[in-house]
Write a protein that binds this ligand. Structure first.
Ligand code: GLP
Length: 264
């Protein structure tokens, strides 16, 4: 669809007017106006996967070069707001799923956003913990753990790859039982393990080709690797999990507090 067909004249004038002023009544640079206009489209007028105006139309309308337009679109691409499809144009991305500091499960996070949680390629097996997982869970390397490997989905779309390890002695029979829904729900309802806190670390990473394929994104796309050791109310380590989240669909948002002792 061409730009002129997509946006009615009055709407275009209105958005362009908003883009031209930077909120304080001042007129921004052309590049700033273009970005502001594009953000207005992404946040207001267009739905996820709808097409943005072409580079040529944007360049003509804002009186800038195509290189300037491309830079603005690239920047929005790095920020995960838009994506490009070769030969087809630039499209609005799905909004990111904002994670807070609350200790929630994948199922809770998705339901809170009105998305249906799911899992693909689930494999559950009982294996010896080995040195690394044993150390994470304070077990001997010989102790058995249930290893759950899943691709987690939201409305059927792959979001994250999870490898979770649960001490077999705390959840006997988990591997034989298998899992279709929420692990945290199963740990609470079937094994009466009440999760209270977790130690978590988040690293930036990129998706190697096999992981990128599982998540349906280009090879070497950015991702977050989240390591979590969860404890129950008796301070037992009940889970060690390695989750790799698509960085284009997640953000981590925190409220941070300033110490009352800080004066400057
Ligand atoms: C998050 C955590 C994992 C945890 C999982 C449980 O993704 N990062 O450590 O295992 O939630 O999710 P669910 O209860 O939906 O299986």
């Amino acid at each position: 669809m061409r730009f002129n067909e997509t946006h009615s004249c009055s709407k275009w004038e209105e958005i362009r007017f908003m883009a031209e002023t930077t909120g304080n009544g001042r007129v921004g640079t052309k590049g700033a106006q273009l970005r502001s206009y594009l953000l207005g489209l992404i946040e207001g007028e267009l739905q996820p996967h709808e097409k943005l105006p072409t580079e040529r139309d944007l360049a003509e309308t804002f009186g800038v070069t195509r290189l300037t337009v491309r830079r603005a679109l690239d920047q929005l691409g790095y920020e995960g707001r838009v994506y490009r499809t070769q030969g087809a144009g630039t499209f609005v991305s799905e909004p990111r799923i904002a994670k807070s500091v609350e200790l929630t499960s994948f199922t809770q996070d998705m339901r809170a956003r009105g998305l249906v949680p799911g899992s693909l390629d689930t494999v559950v097996e009982e294996i010896p913990a080995g040195a690394e997982i044993g150390a994470r869970l304070a077990l001997s390397p010989r102790d058995l753990v249930a290893h759950i490997s899943r691709v987690r989905t939201a409305d059927g779309e792959p979001m994250c790859i999870e490898n979770t390890y649960v001490p077999a002695k705390l959840a006997p029979g988990l591997a034989a039982r298998g899992i279709t829904g929420s692990l945290y729900q199963m740990l609470t309802e079937t094994y009466h393990l009440k999760i209270e806190k977790a130690e978590q670390s988040i690293h930036a990473t990129v998706l190697d080709p096999p992981l990128a394929k599982l998540l349906g994104v280009p090879e070497f796309s950015p991702a977050f690797k989240v390591l979590r050791v969860a404890y129950d109310i008796k301070n037992q380590r009940i889970e060690y999990a390695e989750s790799v989240y698509r960085a284009d669909r997640y953000s981590y948002d925190f409220v941070i507090f300033r110490s009352t002792r800080d004066t400057n």
